[in-house]
Design a protein around this ligand. Structure first.
Ligand code: ZN
Length: 349
């Protein structure tokens, strides 16, 4: 027991020490003048240490605070590389208001090349929100974003892609939160002007006390205009997806009033496809997955999308679509585990 108490006290001292070392985001945003500041938030939990890198770019003129997060999943490379290029290209003098940029939220997952989870605690940062101040490293990263980043944001953008095993069609998404109609309208307006053809809206039924799990759902719950871009797939850097993300971010920054330089490309809004429903097909049993289909393929109700076999090569299950729609993402590699999402089919109702 004594040991436990002293350990707790040591942890508290460490936590407060790490908080003392870095200025709060709010304090940095209040500083006068136009600047860029790269800062590190230290995270310590038992013997495990990591950090959250944050860049704050403040412009000369007043304007919204626009937050961009990449690398919540460290194996999703196009978002991370797109944000690296944005960090090189964006000059503070061209910014109105401020940008908060988290270039890699899950540094350990990135450096250790581990898909989905943080190798320090095997937790998925994207399902850890709102997080915990005294929890494992992943809990603490989520907590920092929840308390330090989201409340200081006017608009919150979380950029993802297909992880190592995921084949994904680029899309932008937001929650259709009906009791904050202004935010939802703003998220929709920003979404249709990005240059990404598919715009997905998710139902929002979260109460104020339920854990949001996802970063941009946490922001939605806090009453912030929040969106997520999904682009990239299968654990590689694809230049077309990096460019798609960059164009989308520049379009968004211009439409939000954060960017003074015209970098945007004209978007033909007529080509935008809205998908407000999703059908998730789960893996029925562990096995080897075969499918000729790719993300972006259109499928029909009752169509066989692929099959799962066992290790002996025996076919065990046909995967049948219950809906007519478009494949937003699917498992793109052979191994599959019971309960995972095998396909996400988007459609409109
Ligand atoms: Zn992700």
């Amino acid at each position: 027991m004594t040991k436990l108490i002293s350990k707790t006290i040591a942890l508290l001292i460490l936590t407060s020490f790490s908080m003392l070392k870095s200025q709060s985001v709010k304090e940095i945003l209040k500083q006068n003048g136009s600047f860029r500041k790269d800062t590190i938030f230290s995270i310590k939990s038992d013997s495990k240490e990591t950090y959250l890198p944050v860049t704050i770019i403040k412009g000369k003129e007043k304007g919204p605070v626009f937050t961009i997060v990449a690398g919540i999943h460290g194996y999703e490379y196009p978002p991370i590389i797109a944000v690296q290029e944005l960090l090189k290209e964006i000059e503070p003098e061209n910014i109105k208001g401020s940008l908060i940029i988290i270039p890699i939220a899950n540094v350990e997952s990135f450096l250790k090349r581990v898909p989905f989870v943080n190798p320090l605690d095997q937790k998925n940062l994207n399902t850890a929100f709102p997080g915990l101040s005294n929890g494992t490293p992943t809990d603490q990263i989520a907590h920092l974003i929840t308390k330090e980043i989201i409340p200081n944001s006017t608009i919150f953008l979380d950029i993802h892609g297909g992880d190592a095993s995921e084949d994904l069609l680029p899309f932008v998404c937001y929650y259709n939160r009906k009791d904050t109609p202004e935010n939802t309208k703003r998220a929709h307006e920003l979404s249709v002007k990005l240059g990404i053809q598919y715009v997905v809206s998710y139902p929002y039924t979260l109460t104020s006390t339920e854990p949001a799990k996802y970063a941009f759902k946490e922001a939605t719950q806090q009453g912030i205009t929040a969106l997520s871009i999904e682009a990239g797939k299968l654990g590689t850097v694809q230049k077309d997806n990096v460019d798609l993300i960059k164009t989308a971010v520049y379009n968004m920054l211009e439409n939000s009033g954060n960017y003074a330089v015209k970098k945007s490309k004209t978007v033909n809004q007529k080509s935008t496809v809205l998908l407000n429903q999703q059908d998730y097909i789960r893996v029925p049993e562990n096995g080897i997955f075969y499918s000729e289909l790719k993300s972006g393929d259109k499928v029909k109700k009752n169509q066989i999308l692929g099959y799962i076999s066992d290790e002996f090569g025996n076919k065990k299950y046909d995967i049948v679509s219950q809906t007519t729609g478009i494949i937003l993402y699917k498992v793109g590699t052979p191994p599959v585990n019971k309960g995972e999402t095998l396909f996400c089919i988007g459609y409109n109702e």
